[in-house]
Design a protein around this ligand. Structure first.
Ligand code: NAG
Ligand code: NAG
Ligand code: NAG
Ligand code: NAG
Length: 341
């Protein structure tokens, strides 16, 4: 049973407890999770039928409560935690998930090597806090790191985190120089979200294993030649709300055969960048497009040579129906949505 089905299950238990005539307070965690197991921190809730999870959300806590041995999933969201002591997790070195979203943590008040001692830690979420740098050192077991909505302008090294697969860093203050090289050697990284940061260029040294790369809402104005070719499995690439104009986009920048989805909306493009025939979703709304050329999608036309585009957005540009060439549908054969003004 995964955690979300489990919570539904627990909600049902909570209801049946209430129906059985027990004391029932709609505002207490009890009403959500059922009875708490006895060796839980008194202010928190460890569901009796799921005793390895401890929920301490929304309790106005100023520090991490006592965490009893056996806890693997720890939720501390929506509190006022502004520091973590070196010994906070001394009794739970096999912790797997640590969720600290919506607190007041700063880097200088996270003491010692607390995370790297957690040798089983897979998820670490510190979204919506007051971090100015990434946290670390981190344990090699980590798979999912989320540090969004902080004020991060510096990244430490993620060297050796062989299982790190997801990194969420959107809504921070990162410039390209802070990012270049930080992710080197992350062999498993598949998902990287760097949207809503302060990059003016694409960072160098991103792992070639990426499948999803989100760079929306930065100030990127140019793509180095062949930049995306290295990512041989890249499927989802978003660059909306940047400053891309034709001069900054060399001819085959986005002709990457693995790409399924490309978002270039809200830029300053006047012509449609060439894409590979395999692309399925292409978002170009709100640019300065003036013309539609079939060769942006199909180099040659033939029985087996056509574009796989399904969704194409061209609205918010200067292209209208009359700009569309008659042979367009020989190339865009499987399109089922082409949005125009
Ligand atoms: C860890 O367990 C010991 C022994 O039960 C206890 O004295 C100590 O306070 C615990 N530490 C934390 C941080 O909960
Ligand atoms: C922490 O962040 C909150 C919300 O962004 C802000 O109100 C507060 O001033 C910050 N505190 C410090 C010490 O930076
Ligand atoms: C990485 O993940 C694999 C597969 O889940 C696991 O066997 C291995 O122990 C993990 N490595 C570390 C350093 O945790
Ligand atoms: C994209 O590049 C490949 C070679 O890598 C080429 O065969 C193909 O024609 C190009 N696509 C377009 C639309 O130019």
């Amino acid at each position: 049973m995964n955690l979300s089905t489990f919570i539904v299950f627990l909600t049902l238990i909570g209801v049946s407890v209430a129906g059985g005539g027990y004391y029932y307070d709609y505002d207490s965690p009890l009403s959500i999770y059922g009875l708490s197991s006895p060796n839980c921190a008194p202010e928190c809730n460890c569901p009796e039928s799921y005793p390895t999870a401890m929920y301490c959300d929304g309790l106005k806590l100023k520090s991490v409560p006592m965490v009893p041995p056996g806890i693997k999933y720890l939720y501390l969201r929506n509190n006022q935690i502004d520091h973590i002591d070196e010994k906070a997790f001394e009794n739970v070195t096999d912790l797997q998930w640590l969720i600290l979203d919506h607190n007041l943590l700063e880097n200088s008040k996270i003491k010692g090597r607390i995370f790297s001692k957690l040798k089983q830690l897979k998820k670490l979420h510190i979204n919506y806090n007051n971090l100015t740098e990434s946290v670390g050192p981190l344990p090699k077991s980590l798979e999912d790191l989320q540090l969004t909505h902080n004020k991060i302008s510096k990244l430490g090294s993620f060297e050796g985190l062989v299982n790190l697969t997801f990194i969420h860093l959107q809504h921070n203050q990162l410039k390209e120089d802070a990012i270049s090289a930080a992710f080197k050697g992350l062999k498993s990284l598949e998902y990287l979200d760097l949207s809503f940061n302060q990059m003016t260029k694409l960072p160098s040294g991103l792992p070639v294993s990426l499948l999803t790369l989100y760079l929306d809402n930065n100030k990127i104005s140019n793509i180095p030649d062949e930049y995306f070719k290295r990512f041989s499995g890249l499927q989802y690439l978003h660059l909306s709300h940047n400053e891309l104009a034709d001069g900054g986009v060399p001819g085959n920048s986005f002709n990457v055969s693995s790409l399924i989805e490309l978002d270039l909306s809200y830029n300053k493009l006047k012509s449609i960048p060439t894409v590979n025939e395999n692309l399925e979703n292409y978002y170009l709304q709100v640019n300065e497009l003036e013309k539609f050329e079939v060769k942006s999608f199909c180099k040659i036309l033939g029985p087996l040579s056509y574009s796989k585009i399904r969704h194409l957005r061209l609205d918010g540009n200067r292209i209208t129906q009359i700009n569309l060439p008659p042979d367009m549908f020989e190339c865009l054969r499987v399109a089922n949505e082409i949005a125009l003004n």
